[in-house]
Write a protein that binds this ligand. Structure first.
Ligand SMILES: [Zn+2]
Ligand SMILES: [Zn+2]
Length: 290
C-alpha cells in the first residue's frame, strides 16, 4: 500500500443521518465549464443538496496546452470565497479531479500541495493508446470497428489499474467512462463485462487502499443512458466487500446540479448498500441512505 494512504486509517463506526450530497462538480476554472461556483451553489440549494464538492480538472493530458496549476490555484481561491459566501446555506467541499495522475506523479503531487483539499478524485480521461492520446470524449467511436473498441477499452482498464495502484486520491471516478461515448453517445453495443477480470482487480485494489468507488450520474440523460459503473459492477463491488461509495453528478453547468443523485441512491439501496460517503479533509464520513 503506498505511503500516502496513512491518513485513510479511519474507523467509520458511525453513520450520519441522510442528506443529499453531490461529490463531483465543476466550475469555470475547468477547461470544459463556464459555471461560476456561486451559480452551482444556488442551483444545488434549490435541489435540496446539503453538501457538494467542487472538483475542478487537473488533467495530465492537457499538460502541454494549458497552465493547469493556475486553473487549480484559481479554483481553490474561488472555492474559499464561496465557502464564506454560502456559510449556513450549503456546505461546499474543496476538491480536485486529478486526471491521469499516473502520467506524471511528481506533477500530480505538486497539484495536491496547492491546497488543503477535502477530497481528491482520481480519473482517467485519456489513454496512451498507440498514437491516440486525446481524451476519449473527443474520439468519434462510430468510425471504429469492434476490434479497435475492445483494444482501446483494454488499455483504458490498464490505465485505471495503474492509477488505482500508484496515485494519491480518495475516489475512483466514473469507472467504465469510455463506454459513455462508445455506447451512450455513439450507439455501439460494446459489452463492459468482457473486462470483468480487470474490473475485479481494480476494485480489489481500491478496497484494499480504502479508496471509494464513485457512482457517476452524468450519462443518465444521454440517448442511450448509462450509469458509471452499472449495476453489475456495483454488485461485484458489494460482493467483494466494497463499502465506500460516493455519488457525483459531474455537473459542468448549474442546470445539472445534483442530476440523477436520487436515482443513484435508489439504485444503491436496491443493490444492498446502506450508506454513501462524503469527505472532509480527506477523511470519509458515512451518510445513511435511509
Ligand atoms: Zn472526469
Ligand atoms: Zn468531472
Amino acid at each position: 500500500m503506498p505511503n500516502f494512504d496513512k491518513h485513510k486509517n479511519f474507523h467509520a463506526n458511525k453513520t450520519e443521518p441522510h442528506i443529499l450530497c453531490d461529490m463531483h462538480t465543476h466550475s469555470e476554472n475547468s477547461h470544459d465549464s463556464a459555471c461560476p461556483i456561486s451559480d452551482m451553489a444556488e442551483a444545488q440549494i434549490k435541489k435540496g443538496t446539503a453538501v457538494f464538492a467542487v472538483t475542478d480538472h487537473y488533467d495530465g493530458c492537457y499538460f502541454d496546452s494549458r497552465d493547469i496549476f493556475s486553473d487549480i490555484k484559481n479554483s481553490v481561491k474561488d472555492i474559499d470565497r464561496n465557502i464564506k459566501k454560502f456559510d449556513g446555506q450549503i456546505e461546499i467541499l474543496k476538491g480536485i479531479e486529478l486526471g491521469e495522475p499516473a502520467w506524471s506523479p511528481e506533477d500530480a503531487a505538486k497539484a495536491l500541495e496547492l491546497a488543503d483539499f477535502d477530497v481528491v478524485i482520481g480519473s482517467v480521461h485519456a489513454v496512451r493508446y498507440k498514437d491516440i492520446k486525446k481524451p476519449y470524449s473527443m474520439i468519434d467511436f462510430s468510425d471504429f470497428d469492434e476490434g479497435f473498441i475492445y483494444d482501446y477499452a483494454d488499455v483504458y482498464f490498464d490505465e485505471m489499474t495503474e492509477m488505482a495502484e500508484t496515485a494519491d486520491f480518495d475516489i475512483l471516478a466514473h469507472l467504465t467512462c469510455p463506454f459513455r461515448y462508445i455506447n451512450g453517445k455513439c450507439g455501439k453495443n460494446a459489452d463492459i463485462m468482457q473486462f470483468e477480470d480487470k474490473i475485479r482487480s481494480i476494485l480489489s485494489v481500491i478496497i484494499e487502499r480504502k479508496i471509494a468507488l464513485e457512482v457517476n450520474t452524468s450519462g443518465l440523460y444521454l440517448k442511450n443512458p448509462i450509469i458509471m459503473p452499472d449495476e453489475k459492477v456495483l454488485d461485484i463491488y458489494r460482493d467483494m466487500g466494497g463499502r465506500l461509495i460516493t455519488i457525483g453528478s459531474d455537473a459542468h453547468a448549474a442546470e445539472n446540479a445534483a442530476s440523477g443523485i436520487h436515482y443513484a441512491e435508489e439504485l444503491l439501496k436496491k443493490a444492498g448498500f446502506s450508506s454513501v460517503c462524503i469527505y472532509r479533509k480527506r477523511i470519509p464520513v458515512l451518510i445513511s441512505l435511509n
